[in-house]
Ligand binder design. Sequence first.
Ligand SMILES: CC(C)(COP(=O)(O)OP(=O)(O)OC[C@H]1O[C@@H](n2cnc3c(N)ncnc32)[C@H](O)[C@@H]1OP(=O)(O)O)[C@@H](O)C(=O)NCCC(=O)NCCS
Length: 179
Amino acid sequence: MIKVSENLQLRKISTSDTNALFILMQEIYPLAYQHFWKDNGNWYVNSQYSKENILKELSQENTDYYFILYDEEIIGNFRIIWDEKLEGLHDVKQVKLHRLYLHQKTQGLGIGKTLLTWLEQKAFKKSYSIIWLDAMDEQPQAFQFYKKRGYTYHSHTFLPYTLLHDEVRKMSQVYKILT
Ligand SMILES: CC(C)(COP(=O)(O)OP(=O)(O)OC[C@H]1O[C@@H](n2cnc3c(N)ncnc32)[C@H](O)[C@@H]1OP(=O)(O)O)[C@@H](O)C(=O)NCCC(=O)NCCS
């Protein structure tokens, strides 16, 4: 267990946690993103958080996958992918923050900010100079959150998933140089 602050802890997700992670995301994901999808996001959660896909992501080299605990309750999760490169920025050490999700009931309490600061300090100590991530343009809560924390635009793509509504397909890659 990693203590991030007084009431915030991280616990590594292991291969025996696949069902717990799936159940958690079945609850958390639609609260934030169901309006993006024609099926409320069911297909996305079922595919991204299938046992098979979670095990694949856990076995990927250079990754850390964590549950976020607030007051000892699991309220979210995220992945860190060390050395995942952002196209066009090849010559520096980079780390990707992948899919940070907090339960709606604990959003806006400063947890996201605390976690980003924790990751930025950890990465800086390990001599990484860039953190980057994907953010959905039409999710202001996430997009503005990263902008406020100093993350800037790098590039964008349009997600091809059939079940996604056309007007929300834009996903930007944003990054921050660590100093
Ligand atoms: C996005 C998320 C990680 C942010 O974490 P959080 O703990 O809720 O955010 P914090 O409480 O640390 O707030 C940080 C800042 O974002 C700002 N913010 C939050 N929502 C905002 C909005 N809709 N518009 C503008 N700013 C917003 C807050 O005002 C705060 O800034 P301030 O301290 O300068 O006032 C979290 O809300 C979340 O998981 N959301 C749902 C899932 C999601 O979209 N994840 C991102 C996947 S890439």
